[in-house]
Design a protein around this ligand. Structure first.
Ligand SMILES: Cc1cc2nc3c(=O)[nH]c(=O)nc-3n(C[C@H](O)[C@H](O)[C@H](O)COP(=O)(O)OP(=O)(O)OC[C@H]3O[C@@H](n4cnc5c(N)ncnc54)[C@H](O)[C@@H]3O)c2cc1C
Length: 441
């Protein structure tokens, strides 16, 4: 049996690795000149790697942990010792812990309402949630306008979603928001460092997971091969990339839905994988490099939240015992604006904001800015954002095979949707699916 895999992100590489282990002949076609997709390591100082893409993981990310152990990779804790900095409209403030200096009752009521939505969503099949049509017909922005009365809740809600989903409430269907928060382990888990989804990072960078998987597959991973057409008939499937045409028995498409939608499938797909409402999370990640993590000497964790932009949040991503690395996130509509600036203006905005948040740090020795907004082969960073009507329309078809075409990628996983863990689980699921075909013969 020969299986062609489109996309060398964690989803595609996991699937290819499982199939290879089962004795299947696999070829992975990757559009970029590197593997890893939305995981991407950059060397920010000599020998110091930072995650320009996905970074954080928690104990519940069991498949990622298993994969890391098998590849000889380990986790390192994300340091959160010390106070947090907030710039929420009344100057900068320092607070112990991560709770913002806003009305606690108003934020508590906001989270209570969100918990109700998250508890109600059906995690395996969100489109079958009672009231799915109503929840999927409206945006998180409209939900907030109708449900959040206190100005502090209205201020904080888009910051919370911007941090969790890298998207603006106006782009997100309420059903998608509920599913995303549920799939990631619930609001408390998804939002937490200690004991939560941000507890750890991969020591040396998350990109190593894909690099090591690809290393094991060797010359069966073809870089620089964007797939633009997939044709199938009773005899097999052919996949076209530029002038090349590869044939096989099945193909696994492990790319985000908006990119899968751009592939010319013949015969055509019975149902779309994206609609005009399907959006994408948008993030620009900024790494400021210092000789050491000097914010600790000032009793600060490096964590900050700002309503003023461009950075929505900062977090300490320093490697153990090495340079100080402060990572900042610009998300949603602000990421589009920021990504449109020239590099000098971007850096000036970041330095000015960080100078106000952490006044005694001095100038960083380097600033690295990774723009995911304009990445042609991602379209969704952290992940695709399903807009109104998407889950009810697309959901039932997201993983249904189209003949010899099978689907993977984090957006096909209702467990840990949008996260590395979701991508890996999707890879295992699709490999089992393809292997079961062989068993049925
Ligand atoms: C800035 C950022 C921060 C994030 N933070 C976290 C985090 O802290 N924790 C976490 O768990 N997750 C995080 N994520 C999300 C995580 O990176 C993704 O969920 C996961 O990596 C997706 O893997 P995937 O295999 O589904 O898709 P991808 O990684 O997108 O892989 C798809 C691959 O397909 C390739 N491709 C696309 N189109 C074609 C084509 N036509 N032909 C051939 N190849 C094609 C792409 O180049 C890519 O390599 C973050 C993402 C970003 C961008």
């Amino acid at each position: 049996m020969r299986v062609l895999v489109v996309g060398a992100g964690l989803g595609g590489l996991t699937a290819a690795t499982d199939l290879d282990a089962a004795g299947v002949d696999v070829v992975v076609l990757e559009a970029r000149d590197r593997v890893g997709g939305r995981t991407h390591g950059i060397e920010v100082a000599s020998g110091t790697w930072a995650d320009a893409g996905a970074a954080y993981l928690g104990d519940r990310h069991t498949e990622l942990h298993k994969l890391m152990a098998g590849l000889g990779l380990s986790a390192t804790p994300t340091a959160m010792r010390g106070g947090s900095r907030f710039a929420l409209g009344h100057g900068e403030k320092t607070r112990a812990g991560r709770f913002p200096p806003l009305n606690a009752v108003a934020l508590g009521e906001m989270f209570d309402r969100l918990y109700d939505l998250v508890d109600a969503v059906r995690p395996d099949a969100p489109w079958l949630t009672p009231d799915a049509a109503a929840l999927d017909s409206t945006t998180a922005a409209a939900w907030a306008a109708a449900n959040l009365r206190h100005p502090d809740a209205r201020l904080f809600f888009p910051l919370f979603l911007g941090e969790m989903m890298a998207a603006d409430p106006a782009a997100i269907s309420v059903l998608h928001m509920a599913l995303y928060l549920r799939a990631g382990g619930g609001i408390r888990y998804l939002n937490a460092f200690d004991g939560g989804a941000q507890q750890d990072r991969v020591l040396g960078g998350a990109h190593q997971v894909a690099e090591r998987l690809a290393g094991q597959l060797g010359d069966r991973v073809w870089l620089g091969h964007p797939v633009h057409a997939v044709e199938q008939d009773g005899g097999g499937v052919s996949v076209r990339s530029g002038d090349r045409c590869l044939t096989g028995d099945a193909v696994i498409v492990a790319v985000p839905p908006l990119l899968a939608q751009a592939i010319d499938f013949r015969p055509g797909l019975p149902a779309p994988r994206a609609t005009a409402a399907t959006g994408r999370g948008c993030a620009v990640k900024v790494q400021l490099v210092y000789p050491r993590a000097a914010w600790h000497e000032q009793g600060l964790s490096g964590w900050s939240v700002s309503a003023t932009g461009p950075l929505l949040s900062t977090v300490d991503d320093s490697p153990p015992g090495g340079a100080g690395v402060l990572t900042g996130f610009v998300t949603g509509a602000e990421a589009y604006r920021f990504a449109g600036l020239d590099p000098v203006a971007r850096e000036a905005e970041v330095l000015s904001q960080v100078g106000e948040l952490f006044p005694r740090l001095g100038r960083p020795v380097a600033v690295h800015i990774t723009d995911w907004v304009n990445e042609p082969y991602s379209k969704g960073c952290y992940a695709a954002v399903f807009g109104p009507g998407d889950w009810t329309r697309l959901g039932p078809h997201l993983i249904a095979p189209h003949g010899r075409v099978h689907w993977a990628g984090t957006e096909t996983s209702t467990e840990f949707f949008g996260l590395m863990e979701g991508a890996i689980r999707s890879g295992h699921r699709v490999a089992d699916e393809v292997l079961s075909l062989e068993g049925d013969k």
